[in-house]
Design a protein around this ligand. Sequence first.
Ligand SMILES: Nc1ncnc2c1ncn2[C@@H]1O[C@H](COP(=O)(O)OP(=O)(O)OP(=O)(O)O)[C@@H](O)[C@H]1O
Length: 526
Amino acid sequence: MVFFSFIGICLYYIFPIFTKYLIDNIISANNIKELKIWLFLGLGFSVFLHSYIFYFLKYQWDKIPLYFSVKLKKILLKKIFKIKKYNYKNFDKGQLLNYLISDSGTYANVVVTYLGTLTIGILRVISGYIILFFINPILSLISAIFIPLYVFSMGINKKKLEQYSKLERIKADEFITNANKNIEGKIHINLYQKEQYFEKIFEKKLEEWKNIRLKYSYWYNFGKEVPMFVNTLSSFTIMGIGAYYVISQKMTLGSLIMFSQYLSMLFEPLSQIAQAIVEKHSNKGILNRINDFYNYKEKENINLENENKDNIIEIKNCSIYTENKEKLLEIENFILNKRNGLYIIKGKNGAGKTTIFNLLTQISSPEMIKKNNKNSVFYFSKDFIKNCSYLYNPIYLFEGDVKTNIIFNNAEDSNYLEEIISMLNINNLDKKVDFQNLNISLGEKQKIHMARVLYFSKNKSILLLDEPLSNLDYKTKENIKKYLSKIKKEKIILVVSHENLFDDIADKIYNIIDNKFLEERKEVVE
Ligand SMILES: Nc1ncnc2c1ncn2[C@@H]1O[C@H](COP(=O)(O)OP(=O)(O)OP(=O)(O)O)[C@@H](O)[C@H]1O
């Protein structure tokens, strides 16, 4: 690209020579015949020059930030997927959407434009200056005085721009989060006729963003205009001094006009450099946060206990706190050895049942666990997550048919899939799941969810089921019961349920009563 740009610069430099020739040789000699040739050549050259600039410089240059931003978007999504599950809650959804949709594009544009403009711009400034020096050394030296002034003017609003660019992004994130909520909640909002209420919140967020954006825009345009002022000032001054040279016949008019054309060619890259520097400052907020996110390092996995081969789970004298540091429950003794079976956890709403599952699968932070004394233990086997399939709520359906929603892109195990779907009475594997999942009923969603977790549990030894019976019909519930009583011989199944349907096939029942995790029914060892 630098090579193509260099050729472009050389071609560009031919134009002022045309002008000088026109003024000093054709106009002064009243040569109409040569004027026609001049016009013809000039036109041909302009077409060639601008075709070259359009294709090799503008179009090819444009590809670079586009390719870079596409690559960056892919990298950022990978990074999002790598964030530990329990740290994910610390990220704002709007912020992550902004990273993927807008910030990555701006980042690529700013970096590529900045580096490109600096390299090509400096090359153009140096070569342009050499030409000016050869035309008129004194005028070129006067022009040089303006260069440091120009450079200084580029950084005049640096601090303000950086400050507002950071703030602008924060407000944009909040706005995107809110916009996303409105889109997701549209039907609910309509049902309660609360459009005005949500519009007000939306407008408030929009207004906050707009006000910061205005301040940002003020400093952005101010920062761009100061170098332009230096530009005008310099060409104005130099033309005045040049006019003196022409009047005192030390320079021809053609040379002065050629000089002024080359001068504008010198100030053009300088303006572009100034522009690129202003862009860099004005997007500092984006550059910094993308860099920070890219370099984001997470705390190492908190190692809870040493490997204990006898038990799958061993929790003794521990308290579980919520993310807001409120005590949720105490577990005096919860030991699950490697004996297969069905274990039920009960308790009122908000007692902490799901939290236990989330802690075991590291969706909730291990920091929520507090050991009460030195004999306390919070242990689950290291490969717990690897060996477990978890019916995690809320239900997640994605674009694709029902079958894809069950097996993702896994190779199809037809017999196994058939066994699951007939047990769950699923008969619409080809049905497309629409944008809002409106064409899938609540019970159908729960069945797809259940089918997925069972399909993925084939080679796993632990199954965690959080409210597996929600919205299901009686027949399907009975089928699930039969199915679980069969597979409990091969797996450890932990179930959170408010229903008593599984009680008679359960090997043990736990209950959370008054914030205490208790064994309600001891295991019957056959
Ligand atoms: N990610 C979280 N951030 C903040 N608080 C949380 C989080 N997860 C759980 N909690 C708190 O923990 C409490 C217990 O939630 P949990 O989902 O474990 O209850 P549950 O026993 O499964 O209830 P339910 O039967 O209603 O599903 C909640 O009231 C909530 O305040």
